[in-house]
Design a protein around this ligand. Structure first.
Ligand SMILES: N#Cc1c(-c2ccc3ccn(Cc4ccncc4)c3c2)n[nH]c1N
Length: 228
């Protein structure tokens, strides 16, 4: 998979050189390109924004630099991901779908957003998904892009050493994950549930599934299937 990010804050993504994504890049499983939108401007001040038509507060990102950035990154296989508060909520299912794509381009807006014609133009050349990280307001697309890249990157085949560990995580099977414990068996007078020390694999699996249902009922009843 190749990922390209277009942003006015390229240094923001330096952290992607380390941890899991860093190793995936070293192993050639994921290629990453970070592009400064200002490199696609030609005025002395490298201007990327202007006042909104129709008036209103704030500034809008100019279409010209974005057009050149898309020209430099798009391929017929690209999925353009536009982080926006007006997007479809990001989910684990979306992360799974996007992890199977060959090329993702993240367009990180700032100010009041990107001129709508840029998104419309991108949709004439590639698949475009306008995605929201959640129902709260950020100052730009970079934080959302970082979160999405982490959620997607860890699902790219070959990135995680033990893919089985992915199947029991929250949201993977529609339920929240069961509680986890490690040594010591007693800590500050709190002990690990006996079933986990029993060696009875069926009893452990049943207990863990019941814990998933109980936690999901308590914390996220909206995730429960109708028959639960
Ligand atoms: N994904 C996502 C987001 C964003 C988001 C994403 C991109 C941009 C670009 C500019 N802004 C600032 C802004 C623009 C319009 N209205 C309010 C704030 C952004 C916010 N906010 N909240 C989310 N869940």
């Amino acid at each position: 998979m190749r990922i390209d990010i277009v942003t006015i804050f390229p240094d923001f993504f330096g952290v992607l050189d380390i941890s899991l994504l860093g190793k995936a890049r070293e192993r050639g499983i994921i290629e990453l390109g970070v592009h400064d939108l200002r490199d696609f401007t030609y005025d002395r001040h490298r201007t990327v924004d202007d006042t909104p038509y129709g008036g209103g507060a704030g500034m809008v990102m100019r279409p010209e630099p974005w057009g050149e950035a898309l020209d430099a990154t798009l391929t017929p296989e690209t999925v353009v991901i536009v982080p926006t508060p007006a997007g479809v909520p990001f989910t684990q299912a979306a992360a799974r779908e996007l992890a199977l794509e060959k090329h993702l381009v993240f367009t990180c807006g700032r100010y009041e957003g990107i001129d709508q014609r840029v998104i419309d133009y991108a949709a004439s050349r590639a698949r475009v998904r306008e995605i929201s990280l959640g129902d709260y307001v950020l100052n730009g697309g970079e934080v959302a892009t970082m979160a999405m890249i982490e959620a997607i990157g860890r699902l790219v085949p070959g990135v995680i050493g033990n893919p089985e560990s992915l199947t029991e995580e929250s949201h993977e099977q529609g339920l929240l994950e069961y509680p986890s414990y490690t040594k010591p068996s007693t800590w500050r007078e709190r002990s690990v549930p006996d079933v986990l020390l029993s060696g009875n694999h069926k009893a452990i699996a049943d207990w863990r599934h019941e814990q998933q249902l109980e936690r999901t009922r308590r914390v996220r009843p909206d995730l429960l299937p109708d028959d639960q």
